[in-house]
Design a protein. Sequence first.
Lengths: 545, 486
Amino acid sequence: MTADRARIVALTAGELADAVRGGTIAAVEVARAYLAQIEATAADLRAYVRTTPDLALAEAAAVDAARARGEPLGPLAGVPYGLKDSLVTAGVATAAGSRILEGWVPPYDGAQVRRMRAAGAVLLGKLALDEFGMGAHGDSGSMWSSGHAQEGMSDGECPRGHARRDMSGVETPERTQAGAWPSGQLGPRNPWSAEFVPGGSSSGGAAAVAGRAAAVAVGSDTGGSIRVPAARCGLVGVRPTWGRVSRAGLVAFASSLDAVGPLARTVDDAARVLACLAGHDEEDSSSLGEAVPDYAAMAACGRADGLAGVTLGIDAAGLGELEPAVAEVFAAALTTLAGAGARLVAVALPPAEEALAAYAALSAVEAVSNLARYDGVRLGLCVPKDSYEATAAATRGAGFGLEVKRRLVLGAWLMRQPQLLARARAARAATTAGLAAALRSCDALVSPTCAEAGVRVRGHVLGDSDRAARALADLDVDRFTAAASLAGLPALSLPAGLTAGAPALPVGLHLVGRRLDEGRLLAIAAAFEAATPWRARLLAGPGGA
Amino acid sequence: MSELRPVIGLEVHCRLKTASKLFSPCPLRPGAEANCATDPYTWGMPGTLPSVNAAAVALAVKLALALGCDVADESGWDRKHYFYPDLPKGYQITQHTRPLATGGALEVPDPEAGPWATRAVALQRLHLEEDAGKVHAGALLDYNRAGAPLVEIVTAPVIRSAAEAARVLRALRSVLVRLGVSDATMEDGSLRCDVNVSLQRRGDPAPGVRCEIKNLNSFNFIERAVTAEVERQEALIAAGVPVAPVTLRYDPVRAAVQVMRVKETELEYRWLPEPDLPPLRVDAAAAAALRADLPDMPERTRMRYCVLGLTPAEAALLVEEPALGDWFDAALTSLGPRGPALARRLCSWITVEVLARVPAAALATAKVAPAALAELVRMVEAAEVSAPAAKQILALLVEEGGVPGGIAAREGLLLEDDDAALTAAIVGVLRGHPRQVAQYRAGKAALWGFLIGRVMQALRGRADPQRVHKLLVVALQSPPPGDEAT
C-alpha cells in the first residue's frame, strides 16, 4: 500500500469530507486511492459484486469542479461509499445477490443513491449480500462471481419499461461469467479473520468498510442485517426507525421490517450518513415527515457530555446464553457505560424466542409476496418453457437459492395457516408493547448485538439437509436484534471491544431506542465510543494493532 | 321450476378518469402503442413503491357520496396474490378488508311496477384497486393498462331478472358519466361487469349456490348471459345434479355460458395487508366539499322529465346518455318561462332531428348550439317558420352554426305574419279569379281548394296555412271585391 493511499483510507468519512471541502485533498484523489485499495483487497474481502470506477471518478470530478466554481459542497463531499446490491442504481446492474435478477439494469435510481449523490458522496460500487437479504452470515445466495466485476458507465438513455436490454448495449462483465454459479463459498470474508464470516446480510458493506475498501456503506436491515455485520466487523451500524429512511429503491424482502441505514467506522460517520439518508421521500408513502435532527451534533454532545442522566435498561434474562468471550466484553462495556455516568436498570423484555418465531414467520410471509414478481416474464432470468406456469416455475427454480426457497416454502405454507399467522402477529404486537413498556423506564435498551463472538466460514456449499439443520441456528443470530425490527424502533450496533483470544474478534454492543430517537442512541454511542479503551485499536482497523 | 327464483348480484369495475395511474405518476394513455404508457412501477420493477393518486381517491369518494355510501374515514390496502403474466407484481393492490365505502343504493327504473317507478338496489361496497395488464392474441403482453385506477362497486344479491341486471348496469353507467368520474364505456373496457347468479327456492331462506360469469362487456350480453345461466342452473336442478360453485364466461357466438374454472377459495388469494401504504384517510372537509358539489343524480333528472311531460322512453334516452340530457337541459333553459310548454316538442326535435344529424357524443362540440335549436322550436311553434323549413334551417345550423332567425331570413324561409299583407295577397288572388269567387259564393264549395292553392302559391309558401285559411274565410264572406269599388 502506498503511503498516500494508506493515509487516505485511514481517514474517517468526516475527516475526508472536511479535507475535500477545505481543499486539502481532491475528491478524485480520494476516489483513486479507494479504487486502488479495492483492487488490492478484492481477493481477501470479496466485498464488492460490481465496482463502478468510471462513475466514481466522474462523481468525484464533479465534486472537485463544484468546489473550483466556489459552489457549496454537500456534507459528504468526496466521501467514497459502497451500496448494498439490493439498492437499485440507474444504469448499474442490481441483482440483490440473486441469479433471478441476472442481467437486470435498473432504469432508475433509488432514494439512497440519489441522496448520497446529492450529499456529494462518491459511489465505488455494489456490495455483496445474502440473497435478497436473507441470511445472517453473508454466505447464502444463488449467485457468486469469482471476484467483482467492473462496470463501465454509459450515459445512454434509460430503457423505458422493458429492462432486459443492457443500458450500454454491451454485455456486462458479470453476465459473461454466467457459468460461475453456484461456485462454492465465495462470499465476503471478515477483515479481522478470513476464517470468520463478516455477518449478514449486509456482508459486503461490513467487509468493505472494515477492510478500508469504502469509507462508509449503505445497507439494509430486516432482522439484524446491518447490526450483525457491523458487530462482527467492528463497525457502527444503524437501523433507523421504520419509515425514517426511504425504502424507495430497496429490493424488498419484508416491507414492514426492511430498513435502510449506514455502516461506518465511527459514530460520527454513521450520524453524518444517516442525516443524509433520513427524511420524507415522495416515492415512499411510508416514509416519515418529521424533521431530521442534526445527528452529528447530537453525537458530539454525547461525546462531550458523557452519560450523566442517561438510564440504560438491561434484560438479564436475555443474557443467559452468551459465549463467555462475549459475556466478558459485554460486562466490561457495562462498566464503561456506568463509568461514563449511565444509570443501569433492570428491565424485563418479552422472550426472544417469541420475537424470533414471529420474525421468521412474518418475514417469510412478506417475502412470498414481494418475491412473487419474479416470474421470468418482465426482467432478470428467464428459463423459457411452453406455458406461463412452467416458465415461472422453472425460472424460480433456477433463479432462487436454497435459503430463499426455504423461506418461500415456509411463507407460502404459513399464508394458509390463519391461526399461526394470527399468533405471529400477536407475538409481534406483544414484542412491540413490551419494548415500549421497557423504554418508559429507560432511555435505551442495551445488550450484546450477537451472542457468539464469531461464526466460522463454512468449508462447503450447504446441501438441503445441512441447510435445514442450520436454519434454526442462523435464526438465533438475530435473538438480540429481531425485537427492534418487529417494533419498528431505532437500534444500532457499535463496537463493544475485542475478544481476548486469537484471532481477536470484535464484539458488538446493541442499543434500542424510542421511536425517532436515533439522535439519543447516537449520543449514547458516541459517549461510549469516547470512553472505551478499545477505540484506538478499533479505529486502526483489522491488522492495525 | 316456477318455485325457483334467480338471485343476482353485480360486481362492476370502472376505470376512473384520471391523468395518471393509481399508484404512480405514469400517465394513462388509452390507445397508446403496447407498453408505451408504462414506468418502472407499472413493470413491477424491484425497489418501486406505490403512492396513492389523490385525484383517483377524490373521484371514488365523489361516486361513493353520490350513491349514498358510508365513506370510511380510514380505509386500508391489501395485496391479492395470484400468478398471471398480466399481473406485474404477482399481486394486485386492492381494498379487501377495509373498503373505501360501504352501503348505499342505486335507483333503478322498475318498469314492471309502473312506467315511472324505480327501485333502490342496495350496494354492499365500493373500493379502489389497480387494474392488471392485458394479454393480447399471440401472447403479447401489454402493461399500459396495468396500474390504472379502478373502482369496484358490488351490489347486494337483490337483482331479480336478467333484464333488471342490465338496467342496473345502465343506471350505474348514467351515474358514472353524470359525475364525470369515468368514461364508463364497455367497448374500451372502462366499464366491466361480473355477474353472480344463484337460484333460490321460494319460501326457503337458504341461498342457492352462486356461480360467477366473468367479464361481460355489453349490456345485451349481460341479459343473455344471465338468462343462459339461469337456464343452465334450472336444468341442473331439474336433473337432480347439485350446482357447483364455478366461474363462467359467456360465449356470445353460441349464446351460452362456459365453465372456466372451479371458484378459488378466499385463502388461495393469500391476502396480506399492504405494508408499503399507510391507511387511506378521507378528509371530512374535502368530502363535504365534494358532496356540496354533486350534480343531480340521473333518477332525479328522470323525475324532472316526467314532470315536463316527456314519455318514459324519451326520459330514459336523455338520462342514459347524459351528454344528450345536458344538451336538452341547456336548450330548455334558454327558452326561459316558455320552456316547460315546449319541452316535449324540444325533446322530439332533439331525439329525432338533431340525433339524425349529430351523434350524441359529438353534441358538446357541435356547431349547432342548444339555444339555437330551442329558438328554432319556438319559431315553429309561433308559426314563424313551417316545419319543413325548420328542418332545412336545422341542417344549415348543423353545418355552419349561427342563429335560426338569421338563416331563415337569409334563405327566405320566414312565414308572412302581417295580417294586412296576407289579406292584400288574398284580395289580389280573389280579384284575379272573379269567376271562381262568384261560383264559390254561389255554393260550389269544391273551389275552396283551388282558391287556397292560388293564395299559397302567391305567398310562395311563406305563410302559416291555418292563418291563411282563416283570412280567406273572412275575405270570401266579405262583400264581393267588385262591390268594394262601388
